[in-house]
Design a protein around this ligand. Structure first.
Ligand code: NAI
Ligand code: MG
Length: 487
């Protein structure tokens, strides 16, 4: 149940629970692999459980794919590529992709509820962000399928073959859409693996793909943990690897494909800086900072996890920030009033708590929202640290949780050098009234995406990706077609 916040100004009432109904969802007790258009038992006979992180209840048992199963999936994808998909007129391919987009829209409520149950994110986010954007990516790339000659004028383009795709648990359906839609639009076939804690919406997507009538083998959906992912990466008949996840695994993958013909895109971690200048609209900036770090429990690679406030307004901004934090509702992901849902897994909660302890040990000052947390499940209060230095672990390392590290600055040059002082380079945010400052910063920040006077805005037409240890390659937009083509 959503716990109502303790506000400084007591509103005098509690918000009534407003849970989204689960009556309309259709979940099986067990999911098999989706290979060559058929629901296929794993050759090992092994299944693992996926739980709801908000109450620790088992939702379903999921097939664990091993090397043999991956080989089967890759063979199916190859056969579909050679015999059907690469020969099909592009406009026909586009029709299937449009159909997938429409079917996701038709089942949007079911997708949103299952996404929140399996991964812990607030229903407001899965309903208003994840699912509509996932459908949007299929719509957008469906449109490109028969227009590739306009995307790359005077160049000849050719599909690659079989794409192996590995996705994380923070945006399960959306990451699948980011990867499957451009691969299909460019004429490739797919073997995709979900993350081990969030396999369900990918198997719901398999039902959509089945219903779309797309030829068997064009999209194969599997599940399992790191070993299963490695079997995809190391399969000799895969032409392209697309990965989103930790920098550590990204490095393993890069080493594994050296000396092969596999093309790769890696979308890795981040430690984004959000910068507030004294001339910024401060309330709007505070709202953006809150959204930037606490959206999806901070399980976002582009989360604005470092905040830099210009010294002249730092006391004021900090006070506003703490007041706003105090009003955030942490609780049942299915409740429509909830701002912050459950941490995705026990392991991730352990990681986050470890960082919080490190912050305290390093002498930083901690502030947390004072709400009470449910007894069962994995929860973390929105947290901020002040009195941190550039070398603090919580400033340098990706936490992937609702933990913000706050620093101050005096001059533009100082904040640029501080913001760029990180091994990552995915995203950044800048808040100011002055256009010239925005241009100055966007050109000097080493980040793939810079948001100005807003944060965490996504659109299928806009490319996304990073520099340095945040990986390489772009997803979304016209740029997102390139990694799936020989040009
Ligand atoms: P992870 O990188 O281990 O998992 C991501 C995906 O890679 C999962 O599907 C996993 O099964 C697969 N995988 C794991 N080992 C593999 C291997 N050797 N070969 C191929 N695939 C493999 O990330 P994890 O452990 O779930 O999270 C750890 C940290 O990674 C987080 O705390 C966060 O800092 C970061 N992370 C970043 C993400 C992003 O969006 N950039 C997403 C998820 C995690
Ligand atoms: Mg789960």
């Amino acid at each position: 149940m959503a716990k109502s916040p303790k506000l400084e100004f007591d509103v005098g009432w509690d918000l009534s629970p407003a849970p989204e109904s689960t009556d309309h969802i259709n979940l099986k007790g067990q999911y098999d692999l989706f290979i060559n258009g058929k629901w296929t038992k794993p050759s090992s006979g092994k299944y693992f459980k996926t739980v709801n992180p908000a109450n620790e209840k088992v939702l379903a048992e999921i097939a664990e794919a091993n090397e043999k199963d991956i080989d089967k999936a890759v063979q199916a994808a190859r056969k579909a590529y050679v015999e059907v998909w690469s020969k099909m007129p592009a406009a026909e391919r586009g029709k299937y992709i449009y159909r997938i987009a429409r079917l996701i829209q038709e089942r949007a409520r079911e997708f949103a509820v299952i996404e929140s149950m399996d991964g812990g994110k607030a229903i407001r986010e899965s309903r208003d962000v994840d699912v509509p954007l996932a459908a949007g990516h299929f719509f957008y790339y469906a449109g490109w399928a028969d227009k590739l000659e306009y995307a790359f004028p005077n160049r000849r383009v050719h599909s690659l073959g079989v794409a192996g795709q590995i996705i994380p648990w923070n945006f399960p359906l959306l990451m699948a859409a980011w990867k499957i839609a451009p691969a299909l639009a460019t004429g490739n076939t797919v073997v995709i693996k979900s993350a081990e804690t969030t396999p369900l919406t990918l198997y719901k997507l398999a039902e959509v793909i089945e219903a779309s009538g797309i030829p068997p083998g064009v999209v194969n959906i599997v599940s399992g943990a790191g070993e299963t992912g490695a079997a995809i990466v190391n399969h000799p008949d895969v032409d392209k690897i697309a990965f989103t996840g930790s920098t550590g695994v990204g490095k393993i993958i890069q080493r594994a494909v050296v000396g092969t013909n596999k093309k790769t895109t890696l979308e890795l971690g981040g430690k984004a800086a959000n910068i507030i200048f004294e001339d910024a609209p401060l309330d709007q900036a505070v709202e953006g900072v809150i959204n930037g770090i606490y959206f999806n429990q901070g399980h976002v690679c582009c989360a604005g996890s470092r905040l830099f406030i210009q010294e002249s307004v730092s006391d004021l901004v900090l006070r506003k920030l703490k007041d706003r934090m105090e009003s955030l509702i942490v609780g049942d992901p299915l409740d429509k009033n909830t701002d912050i849902g459950a941490i995705n897994s026990k392991e991730q909660l352990g990681t986050i708590n470890h960082f919080i302890k490190t912050g305290k040990d390093e002498g930083a000052e901690m502030y947390q929202n004072s709400c009470s947390l449910p007894d069962k499940g994995y929860w973390c209060r929105p947290t901020l640290f002040t009195n941190v230095s550039q070398s603090s672990k919580i400033v340098q390392e990706e936490i992937f949780g609702p933990v913000l590290a706050v620093q101050t600055f005096r001059t533009i040059d100082e904040v640029i050098s501080k913001a760029n002082n990180t091994p990552y380079g995915l995203s950044a945010g800048v808040w100011t009234d002055k256009g010239s400052k925005i241009f100055n910063l966007t050109s000097q920040m080493k980040a793939g995406i810079v948001w100005a006077n807003t944060y965490n805005k996504f659109d299928p037409t806009s490319p996304f990706g990073g520099y340095k240890e945040s990986g390489f390659g772009r997803e979304g937009g016209l740029h997102g077609l390139k990694p799936y083509l020989k040009i």
